[in-house]
Write a protein that binds this ligand. Structure first.
Ligand code: FUL
Length: 480
């Protein structure tokens, strides 16, 4: 956890406005003893992302690639006992994966380097349960390397999913021994494959009440990342990126990136979260009522992970169940459009390629979004005031074309502040409300029935101090 404080000082000459001498808190702030609720709210409004969290958020669309032993056995959770010989892709082509992702608009690929079954997709020295023992390329193959190289070639970022729960490792449950093994696996991935942009630690564990109990050494794991890939964001059990709380593709309508939820990798997180009455799936992770009880708040933004198919792994019988374009677009509005990053899983098949139906669907998805956001129908949206106070109204002229989508973004390097807003359209001389929302954060999209307006009015009803808007826009999403 980085804890930095900085003050933004803008040159008067450059921006022609007053210097912003606000003190900001990078990634977290602990409230001093005895502060009032208003003071807590002010402090929370000045928590900002690290540069890596900001770049992560700006990607908007990221892709998951669940591939491994389960692809060949038909399981979703392997038991760690399937023979390495089962792993036998017939025509693996990571460049095909990455071209499909690039054409789908995705900016990063995250590979299941090791899922819960413990089978490693790289020739690790830490276990005999890996591609090295499989017939694929006579044990000379390395999926992590091939994908890394393909991402490099096509300009995508690269991340690894390394499951802490390991059903194959005999030492799982013998905490010190397994922690060393896991740190060694992490070290291999972080030192042998160039830059790693995201490390995904899944929280699942199905051991049950009588199962093996492993106490993870998160300090060791996070310090290993800090040592070898300090710019990587850590997700889910990590402290940079938060699991949205469901695997169905929706973010909360009220999605605070600044939250008292203590990341699972920090000491006593369970007890602290229990004392606040919150967990990753709670609906309220950032209200004023919650801040009143909190001691520390974190910039801990949400990631929406969901699969394009019913399963996380490829199963041929699900070829006809690939999500429709309409459904994917809804997911986009419910994730990216609700202050989250979308992590869409597109699982390669038994050949080791992404099936044509999935390739087609994500291309359609990208084409659709590109068409929707090609033209901003607000005429004066580039002239935004430096800051906007609660109670302010901003009125924009339009080009009087048909529209049905409103976009609003806060400049999150100055914190997340908007708590309530609404939008109205001037149609035939009368103002009608066309949408409203609570939080905005990095991005909020509001859909409304198609109309033609002379003007659009944005009212910020409530905020945590002055708001800096990054952009507003008015768009037309065509029929699918
Ligand atoms: C879950 C896992 O149990 C699933 O298999 C999948 O990897 C998903 C992304 O996370 O916790």
């Amino acid at each position: 956890m980085r804890s930095l404080i900085f003050t933004l000082l803008f040159s008067l000459a450059v921006c022609g406005c007053q210097a912003d001498r606000t003190t900001y808190y990078v990634q977290s702030v602990t409230f001093p003893e005895g502060v009032t609720l208003e003071e807590k709210i002010d402090l929370a409004a000045r928590v900002v992302p690290t540069p890596e969290q900001l770049s992560w958020q700006q990607m908007e669309l990221t892709a998951f690639l669940h591939f491994g032993m389960n692809t060949f056995t038909g399981n979703e959770w392997g038991n760690g006992k399937d023979a390495p010989e089962c792993f036998a892709p017939t025509d693996l082509d990571c460049e095909q994966w990455v071209r499909a992702l690039r054409d789908g608009g995705f900016k990063m690929a995250i590979l299941t380097a090791k899922h819960h079954d413990g089978f490693c997709l790289w020739p690790t020295a830490t276990t005999d349960y890996s591609v090295k023992q499989s017939p694929w390329k006579n044990g000379q193959g390395d999926v992590v390397r091939e994908l890394r190289d393909a991402c490099e070639k096509y300009g995508l970022k690269f991340g690894v999913y390394l499951s802490p729960w390991d059903r194959n490792a005999p030492c799982y449950g013998d905490s010190p021994a397994y922690n060393q093994l896991f740190a060694a696996q992490l070290t291999e991935l972080l030192t042998q494959y160039g830059e790693i942009h995201e490390v995904w630690f899944d929280g699942a564990n199905g051991e049950g009440p009588n199962g093996r109990k492993q106490v993870y050494d998160w300090d060791l794991f996070l310090s290993t990342i800090q040592k070898f890939q300090p710019k990587a964001v850590t997700a889910i059990m990590g402290d940079d990126v938060r699991w949205v709380g469901n695997e169905s593709g929706w973010g909360r309508k009220t999605e605070w990136s600044v939250t008292p939820l203590v990341p699972g990798s920090l000491p006593e997180s369970d007890a602290k979260n229990a004392a606040l009455g919150i967990c990753q799936t709670s609906q309220d992770l950032g209200s004023r009522a919650l801040l009143e009880k909190a001691q520390t708040v974190y910039w801990y933004p949400s990631e929406v992970d969901v699969s394009i198919r019913p399963g996380w792994f490829y199963h041929p019988e699900e070829d006809a169940k690939v999500r429709s374009l309409e459904n994917l677009v809804d997911i986009y509005y419910q994730s990216v459009g609700r202050n989250s990053v979308l992590l869409l899983n597109i699982p390669p098949d038994r050949r080791g390629q992404i099936a044509e139906v999935d390739v087609q669907r994500i291309r359609e998805f990208n084409d659709y979004l590109t068409r929707t956001f090609a033209e901003n129908h607000l005429l004066n949206s580039s002239k935004l005031p430096k800051t906007v106070q609660a109670g302010s109204e901003l009125v924009f002229d339009t080009d009087q074309k048909l529209v049905n989508t409103f976009l609003i973004q806060e400049d999150i390097i100055r914190g997340q502040r908007i708590e309530e807003f609404y939008i109205e359209a001037l149609v035939d001389g009368a103002w009608t409300r066309i949408g409203e929302g609570s939080t905005v954060g990095y991005k909020r999209l509001i859909r409304f029935p198609s109309l033609t307006a002379d003007q659009v009015r944005l009212t910020i009803v409530a905020s945590r101090g002055p708001v800096t808007l990054a952009s507003v826009g008015l768009y037309f999403a065509p029929e699918k």
